[in-house]
Design a protein around this ligand. Structure first.
Ligand SMILES: Cc1cc2nc3c(=O)[nH]c(=O)nc-3n(C[C@H](O)[C@H](O)[C@H](O)COP(=O)(O)OP(=O)(O)OC[C@H]3O[C@@H](n4cnc5c(N)ncnc54)[C@H](O)[C@@H]3O)c2cc1C
Length: 474
């Protein structure tokens, strides 16, 4: 027999967003339930995201050892013990586990239910043998991989970001379909560890990011020997004597490529399949749950956050959503989301960080913008540490108002902070250009790029004309 549970807030999904919101609101004395269908921690702990990035970090370490000779260090790499690499990744994940543990959540007063949540009415849902009725529901069920429709796919073995990380040796030749959701990270990681890698992408890699910045990642992939087929259609997949063979069309040319392992890293879709949203009075489409700027669905007692609302999948975004929800639910502050401006980070090599508008987004909105760039190669620290491949790019208005900043290169995710603060606090470029940075820091590129705004102002037509007139009086 079903048990009826009444609560103030029921969070559906115990992933990154769900756990963040539930821990905050239950600490304020609000009766909170989390319903999780699998394991707490979502994509960060159980999916491929942290694992793939950890693998990439190991790959980069191996690369450093191999290139140590260049700097006069006699380090002789002696191969990779893949099983131990995987043990290391498991240990890393264990470090994260306490934040998402049942003990921690229950200690904060959260009531946990393990089971698939399914709405029964606008105010109740079924979770395992329980019927939960709540004043408010928060849908935080994340996203899942969409299996592409490819002729022959159902007859070949394939892997995902998560399942490919299994013991038994480094795969010989990975064919990665799609570059989203960690496909590029996975490609770079395995390539650095010695696998041959081919990426097949139906569009362009990281198509939502600034192509000028993405190009650094593309070039890095080529340098690693990764074959990338963009704008490519797959016609058929076959398993021929334990080799995966793919027939594809690229640049109107038909090709066939073979590899040892096939990994699907393509389109991700909001995970709404078991929720029975129609009975809950919630609007949704293939793009996800429809919400307003306060993250409320059509049923104003049901909110949705994170990947499940679609239009981009990123950890930074989930955290922003969580903040908005907490303000709305806890403090009744009508906080709204600002999807254009939050910072995001793509954990590839080099990493790419962006805050505010990209150049093309700014051009759509403003008639005249200024674009400043500063390469890592002009920075002493980058030169000494041989990390000169990178760029900072800042978009501003003529009056120095900062619209956006993007970075690609080492530590991009850390260097973006100052620009996030500048945009959120509406600081002008002049302030950044006058800021004191310690000597020999990568951060100095932020000051240089800001200064370049004024240097080009100094040498503009008008000032040159004035200087020309004044020279006659010297
Ligand atoms: C390989 C990979 C690499 C990535 N790399 C990056 C990166 O470099 N930068 C970045 O910003 N982002 C990255 N991401 C995206 C990031 O991981 C996600 O945006 C983030 O984890 C989404 O958080 P969430 O809370 O919305 O969902 P999740 O963390 O996925 O949590 C959803 C939870 O809901 C549960 N659930 C689903 N349906 C139900 C149901 N009916 N009932 C109960 N529970 C349910 C699931 O089991 C899961 O635990 C990557 C993702 C992947 C897969």
């Amino acid at each position: 027999m079903s048990k009826l549970i009444r609560t103030d807030v029921c969070v559906i999904g115990g992933g990154v967003g769900g756990v963040l919101v539930a821990s905050a609101i239950s600490q304020m004395g609000i009766k909170t339930i989390v319903v999780e269908s699998q394991n707490l921690g979502g994509e960060r702990l159980n999916g491929g995201s942290t694992k793939t990035f950890s693998l990439l970090s190991v790959g980069r370490l191996f690369e450093q050892i191999r290139s140590a000779q260049l700097y006069g260090v006699k380090a002789i790499p002696n191969g990779v013990d893949y099983d131990r690499v995987l043990n290391y990744i498991e240990r890393t994940i264990k470090e994260f586990e306490p934040d998402y543990s049942q003990e921690r959540l229950e200690g904060l007063g959260v009531n946990l239910i393990f089971g698939q949540a399914k709405f029964l009415t606008k105010k109740t849902l079924q979770a395992a043998e329980n019927i939960v009725t709540a004043k408010r529901f928060i849908i935080a069920t994340g996203s899942c991989l969409k299996t592409p429709k490819i002729d022959g796919l159902d007859e070949v073995p394939f892997y995902t970001n998560e399942t490919i990380l299994k013991k038994g040796g480094i795969p010989k030749h990975l064919i990665i379909l799609g570059s989203m959701g960690g496909g590029l990270q996975l490609a770079q990681a395995f390539s650095l560890l010695g696998s041959k890698v081919t990426i097949i992408e139906k569009g362009r890699i990281l198509s939502q990011e600034d192509p000028e910045l993405v190009n650094f990642i593309y070039e890095r992939c080529l340098e690693l020997g990764i074959n990338i087929y963009q704008d490519t259609n797959i016609k058929k997949v076959k398993n021929l004597s334990n080799r995966i063979t793919i027939a594809l069309t690229n640049n109107k040319e038909e090709k066939s490529i073979s590899g040892s392992h096939l990994v699907l890293c393509g389109e991700r879709v909001p995970d709404i399949k078991y929720l029975n949203l129609a009975v809950a009075g919630v609007d949704f489409s293939n793009d996800g749950v429809k919400v307003d700027k306060r993250l409320r669905t059509k049923n104003k007692n049901i909110f949705a956050i994170g990947d499940v609302i679609g239009h981009g999948f990123s950890e930074g975004r989930v955290e922003n959503h969580a903040e908005v929800i907490i303000k709305n639910i806890l403090f009744f502050i009508p906080a709204t989301i600002d999807e254009m401006h939050g910072p995001r980070l793509v954990l590839t090599s080099p990493e790419l960080a962006q805050v505010g508008l990209t150049e093309s987004q700014a051009r759509e909105i403003y008639k005249k913008i200024r674009v400043m760039r500063w390469p890592y190669s002009e920075n002493y620290r980058a030169q000494i540490e041989a990390s000169t491949s990178g760029l900072i790019k800042v978009i501003a208005l003529d009056n120095g108002k900062i619209l956006g900043a993007g970075l690609v290169g080492d530590s991009a995710g850390d260097l973006i902070h100052i620009w996030t603060l500048a945009i959120e606090s509406q600081l002008k470029l002049s302030l950044i250009s006058k800021m004191k940075f310690p000597f020999m820091t990568l951060g100095g590129i932020s000051r240089q790029v800001a200064k370049s705004f004024f240097i080009s102002n100094i040498f503009n037509k008008q000032n040159r004309l004035i200087a020309n007139i004044l020279k006659n009086f010297r």
